[in-house]
Design a protein around this ligand. Sequence first.
Ligand SMILES: *Cc1c(COP(=O)(O)O)cnc(C)c1O
Length: 326
Amino acid sequence: MLTNKYPLGFFPTPLEKMNNLSEKYPDYQLFIKRDDNSGLASGGNKVRKLQYLIYEALNKGFDTIITSGAQQSNHCRQTAAACAQAKLECNLLIGGEKPKIYNGNLLLSQLLGAKIHFNGENRKGEDIEGLKIRLEAEGKKVYVVPYGGSNLLGACGFIDAVKELKVQLLEKSLKMDYIFFASSSGGTQAGLRLGGDLFGLQTKLMPISIDKMGYGDKTLAEAVLELLNEGQKSLSIKKAYSIDDAELIHGYDSKGYGVVTPNEKLAIKELAENEGILLDPVYSGRAFYGMLDHIKSQKIEKGANIMFWHTGGLPANFYYSEELLE
Ligand SMILES: *Cc1c(COP(=O)(O)O)cnc(C)c1O
């Protein structure tokens, strides 16, 4: 299951120490895993998932992909790039109305050759079925990549990522106590958890909730738990999961998805000015703020090794330039 992937990115992504921030917050050793450098049209965490999803689509003879997301969806941009590489037609179902000016991820998705369909209020793929039927009527073989690439197959990307991290930790003789990351459609979180249990990673996951809305009638934790249970069976992990294994850290998502607050701005500036690394205002900026808050308010015991898993998102900065500068 973990070996069937179509190569799309640059792996392993670097694991680096944040020297300047570790000096600034001397109670902790701070590290960063650079999935923002995973390749594929400016990087991000969806590359890992797409390697598995695109492999399956090609292997089963599909020629057309549909996926969905918000206007500044990194997932849609990376899917568009993956489709270009794999010679698949890419259809993106994008929330909202067609804007006058394309910017950030939306601009890149267009440049990458995706067919973009705007569908108003819906940004989580609610209308995928209708589009699929229309494309199939034209004779296309349509493979649906779920919202955020977050089914079990997509999550395999992050199960596999744990193996990659374990090798890096061994090489550097490091033990990581905490991993902070942005969690929003659940595939990254479920994959890291399943991988952690499969490969024996002794690290506490700190998933920062980005989007306070769940999925239809499910909370994100419930969706993550479903992925954990499915993965537990497929991978024969000897463990029974409960909702406690799928919980997220809330408290940084109260303004809602894609709303840039002083928190995200502070986090972006902090990492940029101290380490020369750029976050994004929707996901990684929010999650990094959550990590900084845990560090500054000493919610974590002194002496801990803490890693931030940078999940990418750079292009969205250009879309949010006004909010970021004001
Ligand atoms: C999609 C995304 C996430 C969230 O990952 P999920 O697996 O969907 O929870 C985090 N950061 C960035 C930059 C993303 O694009």
